[in-house]
Design a protein around this ligand. Sequence first.
Ligand code: UDP
Length: 381
Amino acid sequence: MYDSIIIGSGAAGSTVARKLAESGKKTLVLEKRPHIGGNCYDRLDAYGIVIHEYGPHIFHTNEEEVFRFLSEFTEWHLFGHEVVADVYGTQLVVPFNLNTLHKVYGKGKADRLEKLLVEEYGAGSRVTIMELKKNENPEIKAIADYVYENIFLHYTMKQWGQTPEEIDPEVTGRVPVLLSYDNRYFQDKYQGMPKGGYTAMFEKMLSHPDITVRTSTDCKSCISFTGDQVLFEGEGFTGDVVYTGALDELFDCEYGRLPYRSLDFQFEHLTQDSFQGRSVVNYTVSEDFTRITEFKYLTGQQDARGTTIVREYPFAYTGAEGEIPYYAILNDDNRALYQRYKDKLAPFKNVYLLGRLAEYKYYNIDAIVKEALRLAGTIRR
Ligand code: UDP
């Protein structure tokens, strides 16, 4: 009855489902949650304000193919996303850039330091904090120490429960020191929000005569993996299966849980017009939460009355009911554990793993979509 079964309807699952359906495959999407869209899911709250239920998602990409594909399902509210860090009540632009340098050091000193940095790394370059810290010039070292202490150390301790040295360098490398006056958080060509929201965009993507979506359906209620055979509703299924969920859960965590960081999102509605006057403020030296997002500035919603904000409190995922695994904790041990689970899937030639959870990776939305397009291309027959 179905040619393909996709487990999960986030950016990964929805994209691959669409492309397989477009190539003529009858595709079934199984979604555990009562809604589609994965962690991109957005909705109106009780006050009529568009919120991102699973934390702020800002789309950004340089990939023409990805932007073109998603643009089939949405128009865009494009803007350059900017973030500031609250450092003892002073707002500093993040990533730390030449504007931030001037704000921190004042004109004369900042001019000299700018020259020094540009001579060392080149104008416009992106230097990770861990790289900058290795510089032996005492003046550059002092800048590195300032940025490390005021932007990275405490935020990273909150977010990961570990120091920047202890986590994968790619993670802090996502937010480099920028030797330019570009205040945007991302430097990509396209950045912003789907105009009608992510949920509407993914709904349109999944709306295809050859796609059936079953929400509130745990795949385990109808799929099992025995020997080298996938059983769907008790019968052998030889079509494609794309799994986008957590890999350990597929095997009942028999080797132990894959470690993740989770987040507790505390939403608050305020009757005032504006709380912080901007979309995101990172709390890099104080507070137990990492950042506050004010949604009306993120989504550009014009008719919002009052304002809704969310604070993010990170914690170690335990797998308890209601917890959500957001971030894979990338280190050698965890990758080895992931590999053990992956090896268990090796006999199943028609099963593919895709996305943040299933691949145990730190993917941005555009990178997931790109990978989903690539995978769909390889499994279309
Ligand atoms: N980071 C930080 N201070 C900041 C912003 C980021 O220390 O003000 C570090 C932190 O370790 C974080 C990582 O950089 O987990 C990546 O940040 P990003 O904004 O990409 O995280 P995401 O939005 O994906 O949660």
